[in-house]
Write a protein that binds this ligand. Structure first.
Ligand code: GUN
Length: 292
């Protein structure tokens, strides 16, 4: 039976440490400031954004949430980001994705000042991660948190281990692959066009699933003893809980996978809390840099 990786507990320790450092920084005159922007009414995004803002407050940060209507124009959003770029009380700016289709997300992300881009999505931060200058820029929160969980099980150096990342998004898959590579793993990025995905997954000592398809990764896709990181958060119907009820599941069929894996993250309580903890850590780092 696999070790169940307690992301919630690891995240709580990181948040405690961030809170302590933030108090020290505040005592020397700099309160870390995080601005979170959401456009439209997507219910899942609303939940994520609310928990980011709440956690920032709990860390003692200056926390601002901008909830804009679906009809917000691209120019209005650019203007808000530029205003936050200039605001010295704000050290981190996060624009929740996805944005409505009429807004060019790429343009908005590139408008965020790289030194306030705590999501690590700006080309400059993507480039720093891609070239191995990791301590210098910002690393996207979900891969950064996943990496800490992997290293908690496997150690910092992943030399000789094979890692498979399922999913090639800019938010998770690609930065995750870069982090694994920087830690000396042998990395494969698999995706919807990969031939014989189960066989590719079975080669992985470290398997990261970030596809957004409920319970897609089956138990027999997993190499015995592998470390399995489930990034998926999928809401599915749960008629057994009553009519109209739902439950959260990951991209991995957890009950099957835990029989085979060496260690596995649960959903919820695995990667999710780590994402928010890393956002707090990135915002604190940004405030520390600004304070000099
Ligand atoms: N949407 C899903 N994940 C993320 C994230 O990490 N950051 C932002 N800004 N939007 C997201």
């Amino acid at each position: 039976m696999a070790e169940i990786i307690d992301g919630k507990a690891v995240a709580a320790r990181i948040v405690d440490e961030v809170t302590r450092h933030a108090a020290e920084l505040a005592a020397s005159g700099t309160v870390p400031g995080l601005a979170v922007i959401i456009v439209g009414e997507d219910p899942a995004s609303q939940v994520y954004v609310a928990s980011k803002s709440r956690k920032a407050e709990a860390c003692g940060f200056h926390s601002v949430q901008h909830s804009l209507p679906e009809a917000t124009t691209e120019e209005e959003l650019v203007a808000l980001v530029e205003e936050l770029n200039r605001n010295p009380a704000i050290h981190g700016i996060l624009v929740q994705l996805p944005l409505p289709a009429h807004i060019n997300s790429g343009r908005i992300i590139q408008t965020i000042a790289p030194e306030k881009d705590v999501d690590g999505f700006h080309y400059l931060n993507v480039g720093k991660l891609g070239t191995g200058a990791i301590g210098d820029g910002f690393v996207p929160c979900t891969p950064a948190g996943s990496m800490l969980l992997i290293q908690g099980v496997r150690g910092k150096d992943l030399s000789g281990l094979s890692a498979v990342v399922i999913g090639r998004s800019n938010i998770v898959g690609k930065p995750m692959a870069n982090l694994l590579l920087a830690a000396n793993a042998t990395v494969t990025i698999a995706h919807s066009r990969t031939a014989d995905l189960p066989a590719v997954c079975r080669s992985a000592d470290i398997l990261v699933a970030a596809v957004g398809r409920p319970e897609m990764v089956k138990g027999d896709w997993i190499k015995p003893g592998a470390t399995v990181i489930d990034v998926g958060i999928n809401r599915i119907p749960a008629p057994e809980k009553g009519e109209g009820k739902t439950r959260l599941v990951g991209d991995v069929a957890f009950d099957e996978a835990k029989q085979i894996a060496g260690a596995i993250t649960p959903v919820p309580g695995g990667v999710g809390p780590m994402t928010i903890a890393m956002l707090m850590a990135n915002t604190l780092a940004s405030a520390c840099r600004a304070a000099g």
